[in-house]
Design a protein around this ligand. Structure first.
Ligand code: ADP
Ligand code: DAR
Length: 346
């Protein structure tokens, strides 16, 4: 029993899913529970307690967290994803099912396209509860699987430990490498022993990259300049098909691919473009009406919690659970077509 664990004193202006769904009754029912990895409610909610400006505020320490703490996770998942406890998730990684002729061939609007999925190892805890030894095992098994990639996907794994500041800063500036020190991840326990066990794999031209042991154990990324969204998706699905022969990914019929943050459950996919729409950006009401209609999210050009620069925005699918991977990419594609038309009309 955790003697010093009391109902958190959330500020009145707290708007996170945690504040919204952690009732006193739920707290009392869950406060002394632990998963088989010893992960507690206190650990699951710490990020949202420490960062009251969180959007979500909770992280899972293992697949079991989603059932052990279901009284809290289920209403958050239903609220955020419009996905009920009895719903099941379906996957479709077939690029032939995507209707996406190349966009903006003159390169007037779309600077670059990036599609990523999160994956975690079956039968191991997630990042917030993993031990150093288990995290090192993930790094070892991941780099072995990645080194078996052939042809245009072949490349090199670079551990963060020992990487010069100059190289890591350059990779981050060029949008290839994850940022360090996110306060939300820090408070969730995901940054423990940083930078040990973390690293990046990429091919020669950095169109295929894999982050190891950041927010999820793998972030599998395909990206390139321009608007050939289908080519980016095809490269990603080819790589996933190869890696899943080497590594069993954590998955459930209900929640799809299991991730540390509930927002990424299901496809764990974010398909994005960096797009130049300076005229449309003068009318954010119109801009947001289009992104809302197409289930899209607006981020800044350095990813989550960053700002846009020069009228350039990171536009990506918002839906991840209860839709297939093809539908995620189609959401983004159809929304980008509408945004380009609105920029032309502005
Ligand atoms: P994630 O996409 O993995 O959830 P972020 O939103 O933090 O994480 O983005 C990670 C990095 O990917 C950032 O440097 C961001 O600028 C870059 N990025 C995202 N989308 C694109 C894109 N379409 N083109 C180029 N870089 C991108
Ligand atoms: N910042 C955390 C997580 C939100 C979703 N983004 C992720 N998982 N990177 C929050 O609760 O706002």
């Amino acid at each position: 029993m955790l003697t010093d664990f009391n109902f958190p004193p959330f500020p009145k202006d707290c708007k996170s899913q945690l504040c919204k769904h952690l009732t006193k009754e739920t707290f009392e029912a869950l406060k002394d529970k632990k998963t088989k990895n010893g992960f507690t409610l206190k650990e699951a909610i710490n990020s949202g307690v420490v960062n009251s400006d969180s959007g979500i505020g909770v992280y899972a320490g293992d697949k079991e967290s989603y059932s052990t703490f279901g009284l809290l996770f289920d209403p958050i998942i239903e609220d955020y994803h419009s996905f009920k406890v009895e719903d099941t998730h379906k996957s479709n990684l077939n690029p032939n099912d995507l209707n996406a002729p190349v966009l903006d061939v003159d390169g007037e609007y779309i600077i670059s396209t990036r599609i990523r999925v999160g994956r975690n190892f079956a039968n191991l805890p997630l990042g917030p509860a993993i031990t150093k030894e288990q995290r090192d095992e993930v790094q070892e098994r991941s780099s072995q699987a990645l080194n078996s990639l052939e042809g245009s996907l072949s490349g090199t794994y670079y551990p963060l430990e020992g990487m010069s500041d100059e190289i890591s800063k350059s990779l981050i500036k060029d949008h290839f490498l994850f940022k360090a020190g996110d306060r939300f991840l820090e408070a969730s326990g995901l940054n423990r022993e940083w930078p040990e066990g973390r690293g990046i794999f990429h091919n020669e031209d950095k169109t295929f990259l894999v982050w190891v042991n950041e927010e999820d154990q793998l972030r599998i990324i395909s990206m390139q300049q321009g608007g050939d969204i289908k080519e980016v998706f095809t490269r990603l699905t080819t790589a996933i098909a190869h890696l899943q022969k080497k590594i069993e990914f954590s998955y459930s019929e209900h929640l799809g691919y299991i991730t540390s943050c509930p927002t990424n459950l299901g496809t764990a996919m974010r398909a994005s473009v960096h797009i130049k729409v300076p005229k449309l950006a003068q009318d954010m009401k119109k801009f947001e009406a289009i992104t809302d209609k197409h289930h899209l999210q607006i981020r800044g050009i350095h990813g989550e919690h960053s700002e846009s620069e020069g009228g350039i925005y990171d536009i990506s699918n918002k839906r991840r659970l209860g839709v297939t991977e093809v539908e995620c990419v189609q959401d983004m594609y159809d929304g980008v077509v509408a945004l380009i038309q609105a920029e032309k009309d502005a």
